[in-house]
Design a protein around this ligand. Structure first.
Ligand SMILES: [Zn+2]
Length: 123
């Protein structure tokens, strides 16, 4: 899970960590000042605790965790997949960034390799 933080001097930065460490203070990557200021604004699907509350992600009142699960399942059936906040593994996020980076690198090398190939073949 990616959590946005805000350094009073340098501005916003992001930290990838487990939901278990959500209240742990983080260090600004620029000035190394420790900050506890987490920026708010994430839609939390996970905080239900069996109290009925309006959930903006679904646009309706969710009564319980099982109600939330059934709504998530229904969305999945409709092809609108959502991940419950805190349930995705940090590994998965790292893999996502790694494959995106590999793809970008591949796309930037391919035209150069083709040009070199063409030049070697006298075209
Ligand atoms: Zn800073």
């Amino acid at each position: 899970m990616i959590y946005p933080y805000e350094c009073k001097t340098c501005g916003p930065f992001e930290v990838i960590k487990s939901v278990k460490e959500i209240d742990k203070p983080e260090q600004c990557p620029t000035c190394y000042i420790i900050t506890k200021d987490r920026r708010i604004g994430l839609t939390r699907l996970g905080d239900v605790d069996n109290n009925p509350s309006y959930n903006p992600a679904f646009g309706k009142v969710i009564n319980s965790k099982s109600h939330l699960r059934s709504e998530l399942a229904r969305m999945r059936d409709e092809g609108r997949d959502m991940i419950e906040v805190g349930n995705e593994s940090p590994d998965k996020i790292h893999k996502h960034f790694e494959s995106a980076r590999a793809e970008k690198l591949k796309n930037s090398w391919e035209p150069a390799e083709k040009a070199l190939h063409d030049w070697r073949n006298g075209r």
